[in-house]
Design a protein around this ligand. Structure first.
Ligand SMILES: [Zn+2]
Length: 319
């Protein structure tokens, strides 16, 4: 039987998604389950194998229809060995994921960091189509980044690529998990925004949120949209920090498009105009054109599509 499909696997700290993708980048079918975290990495490998088998069976197919399996992982991946060096949300360290999956699923397997994979997905079928240089940030619990140059992940010397989440925005700012102070992630990722909202509430700003309430960044954005003082102040601060980071990126690489993905990008309507304006203001005197900043277009499917893109054969993006 012809190998007519690619399989894209998106291993997240919360959900595991597996999709069957055509060579043209259409998701034919996909399935998602809560990631099985209690069995360590071997449990997740089992789960990947089970979900791939179930998806193929549901489509009346077998592994002989699959040309390759691509995997996105929320952590640092050493290539080409395909070792996951560190994935904090999965509590993985030094996991030989590529070698293990290759044994279990006898098709070509490739893996990469989830932000790299999301950027490749957006480049292939989403907001990055047709752009020669793409900077993607995933704004969520953390901040992941990827810079694509002509459809390939720019990896740098160590192969890690860009980590703008740890670009220092304010050297006197809050401590970051990486040991430095004032990283973009420590200022503008979801936990930082929630802490800021709590501080503003404690300082007495008016809000429909309460100090004791069980709310997250989604509720903070919803409050901001409704004109809430705390919500709007949080958005304003986030825009300020993101604008510094993006302006730094523009003066370094001047990407053709900047794509914002991740959970926070769902509220992009709320902050994108102000963010674009502030980045343009910061770089305009140097004659950079106003940057094109857009929300990601693929939502939940970016990881599946980008992972499939890794094994797209002639367009495979690293050697
Ligand atoms: Zn950091």
């Amino acid at each position: 039987m012809a190998r007519q499909y690619l399989v894209g696997v998106d291993i997240g700290g919360t959900n595991l998604k597996v999709g069957l993708v055509t060579p043209a980048g259409e998701v034919k079918a996909y399935t998602t389950r809560p990631t099985r975290l209690d069995g360590g990495w071997a449990g997740v490998v089992d789960q990947v194998e089970e979900l791939v088998a179930a998806l193929l069976q549901q489509q009346g197919l077998s592994l002989t229809a699959v040309g390759g399996l691509g995997v996105g992982v929320p952590g640092t991946v050493r290539l080409p060995q395909g070792e996951v060096l560190f994935a904090p949300n999965l509590k993985w360290e030094n996991v030989p994921l590529l070698a293990t999956l290759s044994t279990r699923l006898p098709v070509p397997v490739r893996l990469d960091n989830d932000a790299h994979v999301a950027a490749l997905g957006e480049y292939w079928r989403g907001a990055g189509q047709g752009y020669g240089s793409v900077l993607l940030l995933t704004l969520g619990t953390g901040i992941g980044t990827a810079f694509l140059w002509r459809g390939r992940v720019f990896r740098g010397r160590a192969g890690l690529g860009s980590e703008m989440g740890h670009m220092v925005i304010d050297p006197a700012g809050p401590l970051c998990g990486c040991g430095n102070r004032g990283c973009l992630e420590a200022l503008a990722a979801a936990p930082a925004l929630e802490r800021l909202a709590h501080r503003l509430l404690a300082a007495g700003l008016s809000s429909r949120l309460t100090c004791a309430g069980n709310w997250g960044v989604g509720e903070v954005f919803a409050a901001a949209a409704a004109g809430d003082e705390v919500g709007q102040k949080v958005v304003e601060e986030m825009v300020g920090h993101l604008a510094v980071g993006l302006a730094n990126a523009v003066v370094l690489i001047d990407p053709e498009v900047i794509i914002l993905g991740g959970g926070i990008s769902g509220s992009a309507d709320l902050f994108l105009p102000a963010l674009s304006e502030e980045v343009a203001r910061r770089v305009g005197r140097m004659a950079y054109p106003p940057p094109t900043i857009v929300p990601a277009a693929l939502g939940n499917l970016a990881g599946i599509l980008g992972a499939a893109y890794l094994v797209r054969g002639e367009l495979g993006e690293d050697e």
